[in-house]
Design a protein around this ligand. Structure first.
Ligand SMILES: [Fe+2]
Ligand SMILES: [Fe+2]
Length: 169
């Protein structure tokens, strides 16, 4: 696990704020964080994790959620998001588990969602994607919720919690 002082929540917020001016995108990141950390706490309970190990897991979950779309405002196309951001995260030294989960939240990346974090990020991104109408005009962040671009198989209705349940359990 990385040094939580170097790769902690404050560092993630600083990077997010530097790259993202949109209030709705910032709110989306915080909403996804709340959801992902909630599932992380459940997972930590299930694994009976305590102390530093628990803190490290929750830090990884929080920072991954905060940064999953940090490149979207500058690089919204499918050719760039989230690939540009993941390359920057690698350059800065953020952990592989984070980068893999972030790649996996974009279905078109072809990156399989294997770990609990991979699956939770994907599900929570969907749950917390309401109220991002301006981003919905693009084809990256919210593609799964667009009637024309939705590939979730829900037929354009009720993607949210049922999808999360299907993904997670
Ligand atoms: Fe997102
Ligand atoms: Fe995204």
């Amino acid at each position: 696990m990385c040094d939580s002082h170097q790769f902690g929540r404050q560092q993630a917020l600083s990077l997010l704020w530097e790259w993202t001016q949109s209030e709705s995108l910032r709110k989306h990141a915080l909403a996804v964080e709340a959801c992902v950390v909630g599932y992380g706490e459940s997972e930590a309970d299930r694994l009976a994790m305590t102390g530093e190990a628990r803190e490290a897991l929750l830090n990884l979950y929080a920072t991954t959620a905060l940064l999953h779309d940090f490149d979207y405002e500058r690089h919204p196309s499918r050719g760039e998001h989230p690939f540009v951001g993941v390359r920057e995260l690698e350059r800065l030294g953020w952990p592989l588990e984070m980068r893999t989960a972030i790649l996996g939240h974009a279905e078109y990346s072809g990156t399989p969602r294997v770990t609990h974090l991979d699956k939770v990020l994907f599900a929570c991104d969907e749950l917390a994607s309401g109220g991002r109408e301006e981003e919905d005009e693009g084809q990256g962040v919210c593609a799964r919720r667009q009637p024309a671009g939705c590939d979730s198989g829900c037929g354009g209705t009720g993607c949210g919690s049922r999808r999360a349940h299907r993904v997670l359990y």
